[in-house]
Design a protein around this ligand. Structure first.
Ligand code: N01
Length: 537
């Protein structure tokens, strides 16, 4: 096993979240001397950083975990249908300790630069403390929704109260919001989770909404022993089913399109799946909600009806109804009492769609000339998704080309796994990987990468590098698959998956919308064909 003071490795993995932990385990299995470098003070990645009140998964526990370790599967106990952030973090800490991973993880170590030396065929990584480490392989497990997006709102730095971003919530102290005047900017999955929880304790909660979301109700409940025992037995089968699903979840795919059925039957199915909640509504109602405008319209209308039924004040309800883009035009968040929160006397919704925020002042936020006094301001403003972590550091490939520059006029990757010009560099959940339930996509990704490295070693291949042709073909495929979906309307909704949430970022699909099942098959085919598309030129 690697000695953490030694500077020479077979592989350096960046990040100790779901991706980095699984990668380390699988690299050890094939005898690669590996070190994981982690910026945080603990393992967990997303689940280490996102400690904001109300943070929990939008996926149910039985498919939001790994299937590869029988010990972990059998010993770990999930307690909630939608596990809370502390529980997912504990799961990852348990996984790291049960698989003995911690000794090869260096915490509080931020990678600033990685450069490939063509003469030695090694990567040299420089950390924030100035240390350098070298390895044959460099693997990013830096996460897809990890680089916080801080909007450029006039006056933001003048705010004299407490200012937080959901993804950088303080870890060293309790944030006491009791009785305070709290403002929230941003209503994606993070904002939608924090609103109802903060509403319960704040004196006053002011929610600043630019684009309303289609929030799908999710009912949470306790996982009892019987359910846990059944899930343990079903893990391998569940994982197999998830691998065959477009969104990498173990669900049945619906057989009918929404417009094929008469209104009564359509409504019955929408109601039934609404009660099951969350992704069941998105994925198990009808086959064509992501591809057919008319069918999608029925789903969008159904959710608007639910909003109007739930929110008592008609004006607030109308503001909360998305009308300018269809359901799935943004990643739909799961709601836990989200719309109900607006029925509380201490919660106010402020529309900032038309004129935006005038300015942030030392003691509040001014909108349309009205000043809202606040003690605390929370940015739930999301992330520079998919590429943000990779372009925030200098990753330098052949001929001194920096990855960020290579992608400045459009993404180019081979299956989101590798990049031409960057030999022996791999990405777990890189841009252009599928829009899917992430633990399953991560497990597939790390196993594919470990398989490729083993193949290279067994066959005397010193450089694995995407061919130029393969990445051009993949870019075309990603664009074509995306444009065939409703998600292309994400441009009108500032969706992160199309790059529209960060000003100046090129608008293009950052994820593959052709289905996780299709994607996994493509990856299998590349492996079965001897990784030809990764043998350079
Ligand atoms: O971020 P987002 P998120 N002025 O980009 C607003 C995953 N996730 O952190 O839509 C005012 O979705 C922005 O407004 P608009 C999940 O995949 C999962 O919430 O651009 N508002 C939007 O409302 C999710 O999709 C979980 O008009 C501004 C919000 O900020 C992804 O992470 C939990 C603004 C950003 O929404 C991202 O979710 C949390 C400005 N200048 C996250 N700039 C679970 O699974 C931005 N906004 C539970």
């Amino acid at each position: 096993m690697a000695d953490v003071t030694s500077p020479e490795y077979d592989a350096i993995v960046i990040g100790a979240g779901f991706s980095g932990l699984a990668m380390l385990h699988h690299l050890r299995e094939i005898g690669q001397r590996t070190i994981v470098l982690e910026a945080g003070g603990g393992v967990g990645g997303t689940w280490y950083w996102n400690t904001y009140p109300g943070a929990r998964t939008d996926s149910e526990f039985y498919y939001y975990s790994f299937s590869f370790s029988e010990e972990v599967r059998n010993e770990w106990v999930w307690t909630e249908r939608y596990p809370s952030q502390p529980e997912v973090l504990r799961y990852l800490e348990f996984l790291a300790s049960r698989l003995g991973l911690n000794k090869d993880i260096r915490l509080n170590t931020r990678v600033e630069r990685a450069e490939y030396d063509e003469s030695t065929r090694k990567w040299t990584v420089t950390t924030d403390s100035g240390d350098t480490l070298t390895a044959t392989y460099l693997i990013s497990g830096m996460g897809v929704l990890a680089e916080p997006n801080l909007p450029d709102i006039p006056g933001a730095s003048s705010f004299a109260g407490e200012l937080y971003h959901t993804a950088r919530w303080p870890r060293d102290r309790e944030v006491d919001l009791r009785g305070k005047r709290v403002g929230v900017i941003g209503l994606g999955a993070s904002g939608v989770q924090i609103v109802p929880v903060v509403a319960e304790v704040a004196g006053e909660l002011v929610v600043f909404q630019r684009t309303p979301n289609y929030v799908v109700a999710s009912s949470n409940y306790t996982v009892d022993d019987e359910w846990m025992a059944r899930v343990r037995k079903e893990y391998p089968e569940n994982f197999k089913r998830a691998r065959e699903h477009i969104f990498a979840v173990p669900f049945e795919s619906p057989r009918h399109g929404a417009k094929e059925l008469d209104p009564g039957e359509r409504e019955r199915i929408f109601e039934e799946k609404w009660r099951e909640g969350g992704f069941h509504f998105m994925l198990e109602t009808f086959s064509d909600l992501a591809t057919d405008e008319e069918s999608n319209h029925h789903a969008s209308e159904f959710i608007r009806k639910k909003i109007r039924e739930t929110v008592k004040d008609p004006e607030t309800a109308e503001l909360l109804c998305p009308k300018d883009y269809p359901f799935n035009g943004k990643r739909p968040p799961g709601g836990h009492g989200y719309y109900e929160a607006y029925n509380r006397d201490n919660v106010r919704l402020v529309d900032i769609r038309e004129h935006g925020i005038d300015e942030i002042t030392p003691d509040g936020v001014r909108v349309g000339g009205v000043h809202h006094e606040l003690d605390v301001l929370i940015f739930a403003t999301g992330f520079d998704a998919m590429t943000g972590t990779l372009t925030a550091i200098d990753i330098v490939g052949r001929d001194g080309v920096v990855l960020r520059d290579k992608w400045s006029d459009g993404l180019k990757t081979n299956l989101g796994l590798g990049v031409h010009g960057f030999p022996n560099f791999f990405m777990i959940l890189g841009p252009q990987t599928p829009y899917a339930n992430l633990p399953v996509a991560i497990q597939e990704g790390v196993q594919w990468i470990a398989g490729a490295l083993k193949y290279a070693r067994d066959n005397g291949i010193t450089e694995l590098e995407s061919t130029k042709d393969a990445e051009e073909e993949w870019a075309a495929q990603v664009a074509e698959a995306g444009s065939a979906t409703i998600m292309a309307k994400g441009v009108d909704a500032n969706a992160w998956f199309i790059g529209a949430n960060v000003p100046g970022k090129p608008i293009e699909f950052n994820v593959y919308m052709g289905g996780a099942d299709d994607y996994f098959k493509r990856c299998d085919d590349v492996a079965a064909g001897g990784y030809r598309q990764f043998l350079g030129s």
